[in-house]
Write a protein that binds this ligand. Sequence first.
Ligand SMILES: Nc1nc2c(c(=O)[nH]1)N[C@H]1C(S)=C(S)[C@@H](COP(=O)(O)OP(=O)(O)OC[C@H]3O[C@@H](n4cnc5c(N)ncnc54)[C@H](O)[C@@H]3O)O[C@H]1N2
Ligand code: MOO
Length: 649
Amino acid sequence: MTETSLPKGRNSIDQDQFLTILSREEAMARFEAALFPRELSIEQRKLAETLGCTLARDIFSPIDVPPFDRSNVDGFAVRSTDLASAAEFAPVQLTLNEEVIACGTAPTHPVLPKTATPIATGGPIPRGADAVVMVEHTQLLGVRAIEVRRAASPGQFVSFAGSDIARGEALLRAGTAIGSREIGMLAACGIAEVPVARSVRVAVISTGDELVQPGEALRPAAIYDSNGAIVAAAIDENGGNAVFWGAVPDDEQQLEATMQRALAESDMVVLSGGTSKGAGDVTHRIIARLGQPGIICHGVALKPGKPLCLAVCKDKPVVILPGFPTSAMFTFHDMIVPILRRMAALPPRADATVTAKVPVRIASELGRTEFVMVSLVDGADGLIAYPSGKGSGAITSFSQADGFLRIDALADQMPAGSEAEVTLFTPHVRVPDLVIVGSHCTGLDLVTAPLAHAGLTVRSIAVGSLGGLAAAKRGECDLAPIHLLDDKTGTYNTPFLSAGLELVPGWRRMQGIVFKKGDQRFEGLSAEQAVRAAIADPSCIMVNRNHGAGTRILIDRLLGEARPDGYWNQPRSHNAVAAAVAQGRADWGMTIAPVARASDLGFIPFAEEHYDFAVVTARKHRPAVQAFLSALASHQTRAALESAGFRPA
Ligand SMILES: Nc1nc2c(c(=O)[nH]1)N[C@H]1C(S)=C(S)[C@@H](COP(=O)(O)OP(=O)(O)OC[C@H]3O[C@@H](n4cnc5c(N)ncnc54)[C@H](O)[C@@H]3O)O[C@H]1N2
Ligand code: MOO
């Protein structure tokens, strides 16, 4: 809850304030000092249940592997000295012993001079023998003897006892993450139970009256709980065992009861939401009552993540992540994962970094170390890092980025053209095969679908038509989707192209007035009449679009000098316009036909807009660009576009 909602008899004046804002390093140091050193809790697990666990102690082999000298081939166990003179023209005859040594058969007869014993691969070498000759290098003489025509060196085709692992040898060290290979080694030594670090049981609790679990119906003003799912999964990815306790409303008593039980049953508690200044923010007050020493730090000079609250109660970490999804995930990975891994006896996560150029200026807040999520693309002279953030409240900022860069607390910006170090979310960079930068349209997904299904990675970065053109000119993308109307000529897109770019026609999208079906003020009118009617009615509220949007140009044409109520409400997407009208925050606006249809709104067609692609000529030969162009031209894509309400060019 933020300050705008002030329930439960409190007012904005008596809000709890952040006690102290610490630097990230100071906060981490205090948190670690309050938690470590601590004893590792160890459990014995059956070998088959140790995959992914961390070994808690060094393991030494209790036996030799192999446990006896054994044959590596099918053949005959011999004394090498008997064959010292054997050659192609000087065959040596050996008498066969009575027994045949199969795998798993302990030999009973020695190999005496001038004798040999048939032996299978894996069979134990009998007393007296020191080498094995392969069956294909021998010739049977009747049933009781063989002839050998080549010498055998001592030890030939024999694996000696302990040559793989010697008894007492250190097999695996404490701290090793147990994978299939480790399980194989332990099994070879006959180890059935393994001491592992007990997995850290972490209670995950979401907080907020607005939260609904996936699968349930979304009521008005509610949102789906995404933090619960993503935090629980990230805990499991980092050696923890997450138990999700659900979303608890902003009710102090209910939340305290849940937190008390969660703390009693877990090694760690991770909450999200309700940690900033709002009056509904009760969690940090509850922590003070959970146990000593309580809150270690509330407020970190980080962006995103300022309201992070770190506490230790009864020797267990209790963390309140900010409610905003990107803030929650960022602080979780940056500050909580190291603690969790240390408690789980896992080595610190090794983060890979790359250097990349930042093509646009990034503004930053003074006084907070700012972490900016970026998408990486291949540029002409190396990697390019596009800021991909949509703000801390967006879930995609974190989920769709390749990594992040850092802007120092003392800087208020990172200038365009800066070289930045990018910390990757994955161990390796995987730059996309096709990079699309520009204006986004839902129709684009229909064109890129076949590429994605064919295994090509497509990255689409929505920065608007002008941003896309600029990126295309700098060679930072393969193509830029644009819909720019040149007022002078009345033509779309072509006048905006510069050298090195060529226009590939995309599709037309009908722009029109949307209103709630049945609204008699608009039913049956033309766009011009509808806008006149809206202006004439003082109770009618509009929703506009942002300056620079193609839609805005059309709205301004219709409005002329008029500035009706709602004019300054200027969202940045077609969908936001439809949502405003559908939810009754506005009575009319302008959006594209497919979006109007998806929201079941009344629609008055006004003008057809050309959504085309500025393709970077120098990159046109690339296979992914070719694949895009052929998908665009294909019969299937055109049909899909048409049925979604677009008109392919
Ligand atoms: N007046 C101020 N307002 C805010 C400040 C501030 O300093 N002064 N800080 C802002 C910052 S920075 C952040 S980050 C957020 C964090 O606030 P809270 O931790 O108290 O989180 P809530 O208010 O409960 O929620 C914020 C936002 O996130 C959504 N949310 C919450 N839980 C979940 C969840 N489990 N899954 C998905 N989304 C969730 C919630 O609905 C809100 O939209 O506060 C700023 N405000
Ligand atoms: O710290 Mo908040 O996390 O800036 O968005």
